[in-house]
Design a protein around this ligand. Sequence first.
Ligand SMILES: C[S@@+](CC[C@H](N)C(=O)[O-])C[C@H]1O[C@@H](n2cnc3c(N)ncnc32)[C@H](O)[C@@H]1O
Length: 214
Amino acid sequence: MEEEFWVDSWAEGGSRTSFHLRRVHPHAELLAERVPLEGRVVLVPLCGKSVDLLFFAERAERVVGVELVGRAVEEFFAENGLSPTEVDEGVFTAGNVTIRNQSLFDLGRGDLGRVDVVYDRAALIAFPEAMRGRYVAKILELAAPGTRYFLNTLEYRPALDSPPFSVGPEEVVGYYGEWFEIEHWVDEVQPGHRMVEKFGLEELREHGFLLRRR
Ligand SMILES: C[S@@+](CC[C@H](N)C(=O)[O-])C[C@H]1O[C@@H](n2cnc3c(N)ncnc32)[C@H](O)[C@@H]1O
C-alpha cells in the first residue's frame, strides 16, 4: 500500500486501525514458547503500536520495530507510559525497545546489526500482491542465514482489495520456499474473526509459519 494510505489510517483511527490489538497476539506467545528468545534480537517489521513489542522486550535482549507513521510510534510510547530518547534521527529508544520511524524499504542491514528473530504479524499481508515481492526481497536482505522468521497470515474468501490481503500456505511457499525451511505451525478457521462479519466472508483462516533462513 502507498505510504499515504497508512498515514491517513493512523490519522483517522477507528476501523482504519482495527488491526491493532489491545492484548498480546497468541502467535507471539506461541513463538516465545517454542523459540528461546533470551539473548536474542527480535525485529518487528511494520510494528504499528503493537503491544507484542513489550512482550518480546520482556523476554529478549533487544527488540527493534520499524514503523512508517510517526503518530503510531508516538502513541506506542505514550500509551505504554514510556519516555523514549531519540538516539538518531527518527530512531526512538526506551529501555531495550527501539522503534525506527521510517519505511522498511529504506532500512539496510547495516542499520540494524544482529537480527536473530523476525516477527511478522500483518506485515507481508499489509501489501498488495504487486508490492509483496519487494517486501520479500527486503526480508531476505535483513535475515542472515540461521535467522528465524515467524510469519502470521490470513487466508479468506472472497478476496478483498484492501489490507489485510489474503495469503495462504501455497503463496508463502512460493514467496519464501527457495530461501527458507518452512514449518506450518498454525492453521485455524476463525468464524468469529472481526473481518468475517464486516466483509461477509465465507471463510477465514489464520496461519502461523516458522521459517528458518538457509
Ligand atoms: C496492518 S498494520 C500491522 C501493525 C502491527 N504489526 C500489529 O500487529 O498491530 C501495518 C503497519 O505497517 C505500517 N507500514 C506500512 N508500510 C510501511 C513501510 N513501508 N515501512 C514501515 N511501516 C509500514 C503501517 O503504518 C501500519 O502501522
